[in-house]
Write a protein that binds this ligand. Structure first.
Ligand SMILES: C[S@@+](CC[C@H](N)C(=O)[O-])C[C@H]1O[C@@H](n2cnc3c(N)ncnc32)[C@H](O)[C@@H]1O
Length: 452
């Protein structure tokens, strides 16, 4: 059985479907768009002064959220300037230190600069899936619909070449069906991407994958990125990520289930940057500047174990676990309590989930909770939480809080952070059956009758 199925999401970025979890890793509306709109932009990083941002990416997967965040930080003028300014002071400190013959104060500044310059932004990435983490820098993060179109049309034309040969023989019969121009081919293929024009900012900076590759090489010192990676790339089950003909364009129809969706074969979407990483390109000076902004750490095991070992306080937490009905382990009161302990006083936690259960779990842990809106559509697309009330721009409405207090909001428990999925679900089922709370449907009915 294959582990994952890759597909194009509607913004042209690649998404993965997990056969084991029977769930998607990424929103079909756009894996990259989701990373920006649900995780990076709601953090409003340009409005606050962060000197040493610490970020916890719970469920790193193939790293969209981390990659989008890194791109934001690399591209943002504010951080670029800060870096140059810091550098200037550092150079002045070195020169003056020579003049003043090893001044204590200047020496300690130089030392702290040297210690900090590699870790202005610390990102701790947690995921249980070692294979995906290792492969993550190799995923080319987005391909525009135009590029997809260009790569599929030549293939189709090849088919039409044969068609035209036959057509010469049966010209009279077939002439009616011959495609006249590209537009018709496009219609034929039904290549409809809703987000045809992904925002300029929703791109991954070209250095990001190189930086991650280097961080992973550091983490897997012994076996990465050399022999083991090559072995992984050659493995049959991974080949479809890189093989030209094996990447599919999936037209999703959720009713039918992801694994039964219709597909068109496409030429390769992914481009193996492993060899590029070995090239000298990344040694360019500005790459070094970008790289020196980040310290990326990987923790590849069950996040419930990792979290207990983390000593830092985080300014941002991305919580991107699979849907709670399928993987409740990272949505329990006890796991969220561990996140609460590790978030800074003004820190922000972001998640794509808008469910009453997840929001109630956050509320039970004394978080202030609010909505994340998509700017263009003004639709609620996620949930944001903080210990600091003033950091929540759009707090939950009384109606939404009421919904959290219905049966739908009954949270999951995992007392020792070690229960298996079934036990966590069964425990909640029991509580659900014995609860006196109102059902969410009754609540919604009453509120709609009152026109609320
Ligand atoms: C929805 S996907 C996350 C997608 C990811 N943010 C990305 O950009 O690709 C969920 C991820 O949770 C990971 N996961 C599942 N259970 C986990 C656990 N107990 N601890 C840590 N990671 C887990 C899976 O391996 C998967 O990569």
């Amino acid at each position: 059985m294959r582990d994952y199925e890759p597909y194009f999401t509607e913004d042209g970025s690649i998404g993965l479907y997990s056969f084991a979890e029977k769930d998607v890793f990424h929103s079909k509306f756009g894996a990259l768009t989701e990373a920006w709109e649900k995780f990076v932009l709601p953090a409003r990083l340009d409005e606050f002064e962060y000197d040493n941002l610490k970020v916890l990416d719970v469920c790193y997967g193939i790293g969209y959220n981390t990659k989008a965040l890194m791109s934001f930080l690399i591209n943002h003028e504010k951080f670029k300037k800060k870096n140059i300014f810091q550098k200037l002071i550092y150079i002045v400190a070195i020169c003056t230190n020579k003049l003043f013959k090893r001044n204590k104060f200047l020496l300690s500044y130089i030392e702290s600069y040297n210690a900090n310059k590699l870790s202005s932004f610390q990102i701790d990435c947690l995921d249980i899936n070692e294979e995906l983490v290792k492969l993550s820098p190799l995923f080319r993060t987005v391909k525009t619909p135009g590029e997809i179109y260009d790569s599929i049309v030549p293939q189709i034309l090849t088919c039409f070449d044969s068609y035209y040969t036959i057509r010469n023989i049966f010209i009279n019969i077939f002439s009616r069906f011959s495609p006249k121009n590209k537009k018709e081919i496009n219609e034929l293929l039904d290549l409809k991407f809703k987000n045809m024009h992904i925002e300029k900012e929703y791109k991954i900076n070209s250095y990001v994958n190189y930086i991650l590759m280097n961080s992973l090489a550091e983490y897997y010192k012994k076996d990465f990125p050399s022999k083991e990676l090559i072995k992984m790339l050659r493995e049959k089950k991974n080949r479809r990520f890189f093989d030209k003909s094996l990447i599919k364009y999936a037209k999703f129809n959720q009713k039918w289930g992801y694994n039964k969706s219709s597909r068109w074969s496409l030429s390769a979407f992914l481009h193996n940057i492993y060899y590029a990483t070995l090239s000298r390109r990344y040694k360019k000076m500005n790459f070094k500047t970008a790289e020196s902004l980040f310290k990326v750490n990987f923790y590849v095991e069950d996040a419930r174990k990792t979290i207990l070992t983390l000593k830092d306080e985080y300014d941002l937490i991305f919580l991107d676990a699979f849907t709670y009905t399928k993987a409740p382990q990272l949505w329990t009161v006890e796991f969220i309590a561990e996140l609460y302990k590790r978030i800074s006083p003004q820190g922000l936690l972001m998640t794509y989930s808008t469910s009453a259960l997840v929001r109630n779990t956050l509320l039970e842990n004394k978080f202030y909770v609010g909505n994340i809106y998509q700017k263009k559509t003004n639709k609620i697309i996620g949930t944001i939480a903080s210990k600091d009330k003033t950091r929540i721009e759009h707090p939950l409405t009384p109606y939404e809080i009421g919904l959290c207090n219905t049966k739908a909001g009954i949270p999951y428990h995992d007392p020792n952070l070690s229960f298996d999925k079934k036990d966590i679900i069964d425990l909640r089922e029991y509580e659900f059956r014995h609860s006196d709370l109102m059902s969410s449907s009754k609540y919604m009915k009453i509120r709609s009758m009152r026109n609320e």
